[in-house]
Design a protein around this ligand. Structure first.
Ligand code: ADP
Ligand code: MG
Length: 470
């Protein structure tokens, strides 16, 4: 009987819903017209009742007629079952709403990064990296609140005042580390809990896929089962209206059912543009904690800890030198250590202050070089786009008037808004010499003073490139 019911159900719900909500059901017994099914949890039962009652009614009706009844048996914990009196009354099948015949999502496009078909979800993939734990996170003045809040949340998920917990701060300061640490700790303490780490760009991709495949309901269902939801870098949700709206619903549902939510963000939520007020206002329900650039003492501890785990041996004075000079973020601090070790072994040389200084200088140079490349390319692209000429033309020798005009402006902007020399700029423009660049720049400056329309063009370009001043 149940098998036939499943056929009816299968024809009425999406593939994803079917696997998530119907495959785990076990038929227990059939007594006259009363069918008893076993469901894995109270939550599961409530969900069925709330979302699939009509589908179930229809299935029971088709198999057992108007007399048919359904009873639930709920697994409370292992071996312990509770009998739930039947709640589905199908004697009035005319009330059955038409069922949704939306096309099935194709599995392949759907949620590729996680196996969302895994049922029950408690065995679903959490997407956690075991590299990050509380043990290998160094606590300091800079991250104390974020650290201790994360720790409490991990030990009492959903049961502290820190819900949601929002951790914000610059890159490389340990936000992602803390999220994984929470996830791993929860998994260790409460193995049955469904923990899910999701970077928000992935959440967006999944949601967009779900939209395309008309599987938003399944997408939402899936997330609503999560018990500890860890969302990384929510600034990416900015401007994504539909995704935000869906996230808002999931958020509310989880929050109301006492599930833990932790999010990270690269700016303080109050400064975050493009996020809905109604979502932002929810953050005040919990705790907003920041992580800051570590002070010298913390940096020293971080370097020492990293040396220990990686088995790196470095003289004390070098350790202090690195901790003193690399004061941007932890990722960079670790990067420097790795380069140092790599260099020393390549050059068969001891790691001393001299080598360290050279390495540091080189790293700084590299970073600068990358920034310059990026800027000049951005400028060239923006100008070419603005004047509707191709990038190739812009860098070529052509003297066509509109191209030459655009090229002069691009050179002018490079000269005024990057730290590059005239010579270097010339090289980036197809190997022209420095006098061409300075001539171009002078021409533009003169025209700017006399031609308000021209000035508007330059201002528009500057706005586009986020350039200020001058
Ligand atoms: P964010 O997400 O804030 O950009 P991450 O969490 O990715 O930064 O941290 C960058 C790197 O620095 C990671 O390898 C992380 O393990 C390490 N890290 C950051 N903060 C700490 C800390 N307080 N103690 C130990 N390692 C840290
Ligand atoms: Mg991160």
């Amino acid at each position: 009987v149940w098998k036939n019911c499943l056929k009816v159900i299968r024809a009425s719900v999406g593939e994803q819903s079917f696997k998530t909500w119907f495959e785990p059901i076990r038929p227990v017994k059939l007594h006259h017209t009363v069918l008893t099914i076993q469901v894995p949890s109270q939550f599961f039962y409530e969900w069925l009742e709330e979302h699939y009652v009509n589908v179930l009614k229809k299935a029971i009706y088709s198999e057992l007629g108007a007399e048919g009844k359904l009873e639930y048996s709920i697994i409370i914990d292992k071996g312990n079952e509770q009998h739930q009196p039947f709640t589905i009354n199908i004697s009035n099948p005319k009330n059955v709403k038409p069922v949704d015949h939306s096309p099935l999502p194709t599995q392949k496009q759907f949620f590729s990064p996680f196996d969302m078909r895994t049922v029950p979800p408690h065995h679903a993939h959490s997407n956690l990296s075991n590299k990050y734990s509380f043990e290998n996170f160094i606590e300091g003045e800079c991250n104390r609140l974020a650290y201790s809040a994360s720790f409490s949340v991990a030990h009492n998920p959903g049961a502290t005042a820190f819900n949601p917990l929002v951790i914000h701060g610059g890159v490389g300061l340990g936000k992602t580390h803390l999220l994984h640490a929470i996830g791993n700790e929860v998994k260790a303490l409460f193995p049955e809990k469904f923990v899910l780490y999701v970077p928000s760009d992935l959440f967006i991709t999944q949601f967009v896929d779900a939209l395309k495949n008309q599987a938003v309901q399944e997408f939402t269902n899936y997330y609503m089962q999560v018990e500890v939801l860890l969302v990384d870098d929510i600034q990416f949700l900015a401007g994504k209206e539909k995704t935000q709206e869906n996230f808002f619903h999931i958020f509310n549902y989880l929050h109301q059912s006492g599930k833990q939510i932790v999010m990270t963000c690269d700016t303080a939520p109050k400064d975050l543009k493009g996020l809905h007020d109604r979502l932002l206002s929810r953050f005040k329900w919990g705790l907003v904690a920041d992580v800051q650039v570590p002070d010298y003492t913390t940096r020293l501890s971080i370097v020492k800890a990293k040396m220990q785990t990686e088995g790196i041996k470095i003289p004390n004075e070098v350790v202090e030198y690195v901790a003193k000079n690399v004061d941007t973020n932890v990722r960079e601090l670790q990067g420097v250590l790795i380069s140092l070790v790599a260099k020393a072994s390549l050059m068969r040389q001891e790691i001393d202050i001299d080598l360290t200084e050279k390495t540091l200088n080189q790293i700084i140079q590299n970073v600068k070089q990358i920034e310059v490349d990026l800027n000049i390319e951005l400028i060239q692209k923006a100008v070419a786009e603005h004047f509707n000429v191709s990038l190739d033309d812009l860098l070529s020798g052509t003297r066509k008037k509109e191209v030459a005009n655009a090229r002069q402006i691009a050179m002018f902007i490079c000269q005024n808004y990057t730290n590059m020399s005239l010579k270097a700029i010339g090289e980036y423009f197809g190997g022209r010499d420095h006098s061409t660049v300075s001539h171009a720049s002078r021409t533009v400056t003169e025209r700017l003073e006399n031609d308000p329309l021209y000035k508007n063009i330059i201002e528009a370009l500057k706005a586009k490139l986020n350039l200020r001043g001058k």
